[in-house]
Design a protein around this ligand. Structure first.
Ligand SMILES: [Fe+2]
Length: 173
């Protein structure tokens, strides 16, 4: 992690050839948002992997429904991680992209083994909710930094995860 030049508002306005980022958000604030988005990325990626794993391994009378539903969900998540990672890059910081970093940053547990279909749904509801909670924690950092783009991205992601959690939850009722 390049920890040079987190010079805050002073540096944010500095311009030199090919260099400084001047989008009206200080380096220190961009870093706080990027760190928060990195946790959000790790959660989203971990949820992606969990959902894809369950798509592969689900069995039972609900196989067809869940196999297809999980595919829709992991496909959406695969696109979403790209948006989050590229937002971190636009803020001027490296995006985490290794399993080691994701495991360290994520709030979602990837338990080994193959749960029964209903337990898979329960785990996915919990994981979807966990991603929303992380987004809600990161949001104020973006708000304080006047980073409307990250606020918008987080808001859109929260909407998707809350809706998906509802759909999964409905299968259990
Ligand atoms: Fe498949």
């Amino acid at each position: 992690m390049a920890k040079k030049k987190t010079g805050g508002a002073k540096n944010a306005g500095t311009k030199h050839a090919g260099g400084a980022i001047d989008i009206g958000i200080s380096g220190a604030d961009r870093r706080k948002v990027a760190d928060g988005l990195s946790r959000f990325l790790a959660d989203t990626y971990t949820l992606y992997l969990k959902t894809h794993n369950f798509h592969w391994n689900v069995t039972g009378p609900m196989f067809q429904t869940l196999h297809v539903m999980f595919e829709t969900q992991y496909t959406e998540l695969a696109l979403a991680v790209d948006l989050v990672a590229e937002r971190i890059r636009a803020l001027g910081y490296p995006a985490p992209g290794t399993y080691a970093e994701f495991a360290q940053l994520s709030s979602i547990d990837l338990a080994p083994g193959v749960p029964q279909a209903e337990e898979m749904i329960r785990q996915l509801v919990a994981a979807q909710e966990s991603v929303v909670r992380t987004a809600r924690e990161v949001f104020p950092l973006a708000e304080k930094a006047s980073d409307q783009v990250s606020m918008d991205l987080l808001t859109q992601r929260m909407e998707v995860h809350e809706k998906t959690a509802w759909m999964l939850r409905s299968l259990l009722q």
